[in-house]
Design a binder for this molecule. Structure first.
Ligand SMILES: NC(=O)c1ccc[n+]([C@@H]2O[C@H](COP(=O)([O-])OP(=O)(O)OC[C@H]3O[C@@H](n4cnc5c(N)ncnc54)[C@H](O)[C@@H]3O)[C@@H](O)[C@H]2O)c1
Length: 281
């Protein structure tokens, strides 16, 4: 059973919809007969995505709106344009994200990463959320987080901070939604694994064996949202659910066992972590 929000003629908005996971989602939702608005930074990428989507769906069902999700006026304008063209929104995918790299004592990139990855999702949920609730129809707000916001590996602290914020915000959003009388909108935290997209490609020209395609990831998301999951924890070809569960549990145990933070990457805990991943019965 597919979630009723994914019905033909219903309306989806996908931020970061001109590339990678967002574009794959837009294509999949348009393929279901939905009317789809992609919101992304203006320019060639957005134009090319619009052309591609129109080739694979009814062109009148596709809308492309140049939007910077770090700008609240841009998000408000997006909401108004979609409402005027398609009517109310059934599915909001707050998905736009960047990963330009960061380090603790270098202030570069921090503001932009937080503005796009975290505030883009907070403001997107705020701008679209109330009108979605007021429609009194089943609706979905799907926010793209990351495993890096849960186990927070060393190497890109600003990205991790932004994605931990997405997790916290989306949990609070769903708690709020479920306490609003007769609310039919639910929020979901979409946690992709390693997905081969321009964000992760680097110098690669071919998908590494360990990565999933954006299409696989979107199919998994649709299946798990339809099953009612809040945490949509995607595997990839290297990391299965069981491994993710052990890593998440280890991370939570840093607090419970009073270990150093990020002990998974602390040499004194290397053997203990390896043993934890492979428990003997
Ligand atoms: N690829 C992965 O392995 C992976 C893993 C975990 C989470 N994610 C998350 O998935 C989401 C999609 O990433 P992707 O891998 O498809 O990357 P991508 O680079 O292919 O797509 C991201 C899109 O967001 C757009 N974007 C960037 N800044 C924007 C802004 N300010 N306003 C509007 N659009 C903006 C980009 O132009 C791009 O089209 C991101 O939030 C990313 O953090 C990706």
């Amino acid at each position: 059973m597919t979630h009723p929000a994914f019905s033909p003629s219903n309306v989806a908005v996908v931020t970061g919809g001109a590339s990678g996971i967002g574009l794959a989602a837009a294509r999949r939702l348009a393929g279901l007969g939905m009317r789809v608005a992609i919101a992304d930074l203006g320019g060639d990428r957005l134009g090319a995505a619009e052309t591609l989507l129109k080739e694979h769906a009814s062109p009148e069902n596709i809308l492309a709106v140049a939007t910077d999700v770090s700008s609240t006026p841009d998000l408000q304008r997006l909401q108004e344009i979609v409402e005027a063209r398609f009517g109310g929104v059934d599915v909001l995918m707050n998905n736009a994200g960047i990963q330009p790299g960061s380090s603790i004592f270098n202030p570069d990139n921090w503001d932009r990463i937080i503005a796009v990855n975290l505030f883009g999702i907070i403001r997107g949920s705020q701008v679209f959320g109330l009108p979605m609730i007021e429609r009194q129809k089943p609706g979905l707000i799907i926010n793209t987080g990351s495993k890096q916001g849960i186990t927070t590996p060393p190497g890109d602290p600003a990205y991790n901070v932004s994605k931990s914020g997405v997790k916290t915000f989306t949990e609070a959003l769903q708690h709020t939604l479920r306490n609003i009388k007769d609310c039919q909108v639910t929020a979901h935290l979409f946690i992709p694994g390693f997905v081969y997209t321009p964000l992760t490609a680097g110098d690669r020209t071919e998908k590494p064996a360990g990565a999933w395609t954006p299409e696989q990831t979107v199919d998994f998301m649709l299946e798990r949202v339809s099953a009612g999951d809040f945490y949509i924890l995607c595997p990839d070809n290297d990391v299965d659910r069981q491994l993710d569960e052990r890593r998440i549990l280890w991370s939570a145990n840093d607090i419970i066992r009073n270990r150093p933070p990020l002990s998974r990457w602390h040499p004194d805990y290397a053997q203990e972590f390896t043993d934890f991943l492979n428990p003997r019965d």
